[in-house]
Design a protein around this ligand. Structure first.
Ligand SMILES: [Zn+2]
Length: 106
């Protein structure tokens, strides 16, 4: 028996975050009260080669990343569903013939 997963490609692991910041210049709009912060900056964070990695990206790239991350999370949900189905159907859940046929002899 074969099961097939439908995958919406491309996918991307990780997550997107946004940030605003102040710069190093002494007289800048980001030092005003209230401050006008620089940004918004977009960042992708995820694991590459076992290392937590952050990349600063453009808004356009961030939107594409979000689309792929949604696909990736859908795939992960689908895999979790399959794993639950697999556990519900584990070999030990059905009575095995050998133990059923083995009658206890006095
Ligand atoms: Zn500034």
């Amino acid at each position: 028996m074969k099961k097939t997963l439908e995958i919406e490609w491309p996918i991307l692991p990780g997550s997107i975050s946004t940030a605003q910041s102040r710069c190093g210049k002494a007289h800048c709009v980001c030092k005003l009260r209230p401050p006008r912060l620089h940004g918004t900056y977009y960042r992708w964070t995820g694991i590459i080669g076992g290392k937590r990695t952050t990349k600063t990206i453009s808004k356009e790239v961030a939107q594409e990343c979000l689309r792929r991350i949604r696909n990736c999370r859908q795939l992960q949900r689908d895999i979790e569903t399959l794993l639950r189905m697999a556990l519900a159907d584990a070999p030990w859940t059905s009575p095995s013939k050998s133990s059923r046929n083995k009658s206890k002899r006095p």
